[in-house]
Design a protein around this ligand. Structure first.
Ligand SMILES: Nc1ncnc2c1ncn2[C@@H]1O[C@H](COP(=O)(O)OP(=O)(O)OP(=O)(O)O)[C@@H](O)[C@H]1O
Ligand SMILES: [Mg+2]
Length: 348
């Protein structure tokens, strides 16, 4: 439904030009939740804003249902924007208007009677779990409630697509979870396509179907959330993954060359990422039996990505260079992500 083809955005500034988005290709299917993750300055907001042309790409095409919207007239672009709602980290509510006034705002000029308008706003508030709060002002609401109002407002014009720019970044973890659940529910109930950007791995893990990882303006990795994070190829992807797993602490031990990780000659430390919960113990004993390699588990964890458990193990392997190499080849063959973290196989 949404296709970005070779999208670039260059900002001309006093200190020279900034390439905020570089040659991005993305396809986002109808009805999915697509996440874009990246560190600050990676170009996420700029890319998101290219989807509704709040930012005009410097080059490339933005297709909505096969129509290149960069070629449309301003009037047609305005019509397209009505199909696309947007919410933000800072909620962007009108402080001087009540909840009712905020949610009703996009419906102004539609010629709805007062009753119809009230009914519609009531419906929208019910959808986001804020029934009865019509008369409150934003200052009287918590962050999570403000975001619910912003979502109701974004949904007022019945968009097919909702763009979320760090919609949960200003919220605590519980509230983040509640808002993500709401987005998931709206996605399912209304068939709403959601594109969200975030720097929080948890957000991607919790609700996204596909993910694109951005670094320095470019999309460096993309695919199904589970596959990308089961076998991350880029250091930036790994660092996001480690934020929510306990791997980060382990990597620090490695970097600090901690004596805890002192290897004897012939040993190496492997990280294994595998896809099925029960594969763990079976895999370790299978490798020991088949290749005569001892695998000593020094760290293990299971995390949930969507509905799937994703397992990680760190093992010290010992048993001869060839046997360990065979072991690694086997693991790669059965799509277990394997990485040599520390190597003393050829040390003497
Ligand atoms: N209007 C603008 N004019 C000039 N440079 C801009 C403009 N908007 C963004 N940039 C630059 O483009 C790059 C990408 O910015 P962008 O806001 O898209 O990143 P981001 O990934 O959303 O970051 P954050 O997580 O901090 O929101 C940055 O170097 C930024 O300074
Ligand atoms: Mg941003």
């Amino acid at each position: 439904m949404i296709r970005l083809e070779d999208v670039c955005k260059v900002f001309a500034g006093a200190q020279g030009s900034v390439e905020a988005v570089k040659h991005v290709h993305l396809t986002i299917e109808t009805g999915e939740i697509f996440g874009i993750i990246g560190f600050s300055g990676a170009g996420k907001s700029t890319l998101l804003r290219c989807i509704n042309l709040l930012e005009r790409p410097t080059s490339g095409r933005v297709l909505l249902d096969d129509t290149d919207i960069t070629q449309l007239s301003e009037a047609d672009v305005r019509a397209v924007r009505r199909r696309i709602g947007m919410i933000f980290q800072q909620f962007n509510l009108f402080a001087s208007r009540t909840v009712f006034g905020n949610v009703a705002f996009p419906l102004a000029g539609r010629g709805l009677s007062r009753e119809k308008l009230k009914a519609r706003v009531g419906e929208l508030l019910e959808l986001v779990g804020l029934s009865g709060r019509e008369d409150s002002y934003p200052s009287q609401l918590s962050g999570g409630q403000k975001q619910r109002v912003a979502i109701a407002r974004a949904l007022a014009s019945e968009p097919e697509i909702l763009l979320c720019d760090e919609a949960t970044s200003a919220l605590d973890p519980q509230t983040t979870h509640a808002i993500l659940q709401l987005l998931r529910e709206l996605n399912r109930k209304l068939g709403l396509t959601i594109v969200l950007i975030t720097h929080e791995m948890q957000v991607i893990k919790e609700i996204c179907d596909h993910v694109a990882v951005m670094e320095d303006g470019a999309v460096v990795e993309q695919g199904e959330v589970f596959s990308v994070f089961a076998a991350p190829r880029r250091p930036v992807t790994r660092s996001f993954l480690e934020m929510t797993s306990h791997m980060a602490g382990f990597r620090r031990l490695l970097e600090e060359k901690s004596p805890v990780l002192q290897l004897r000659p012939g040993q190496c430390i492997l990280s294994l990422r595998y896809l099925e919960r029960n594969a763990c113990s079976a895999l370790v004993s299978y490798l020991s039996r088949t290749y005569g390699v001892d695998l000593n588990i020094i760290f293990g964890n299971i995390e949930m990505i969507g509905d799937h458990p994703l397992g990680g193990l760190i093992v010290i392997a010992e048993g001869g260079e060839k046997a360990i190499a065979d072991c690694i080849a086997y693991l790669q063959n059965i799509h277990v992500g394997v990485e040599v973290l520390l190597d003393a196989r050829t040390a003497h």
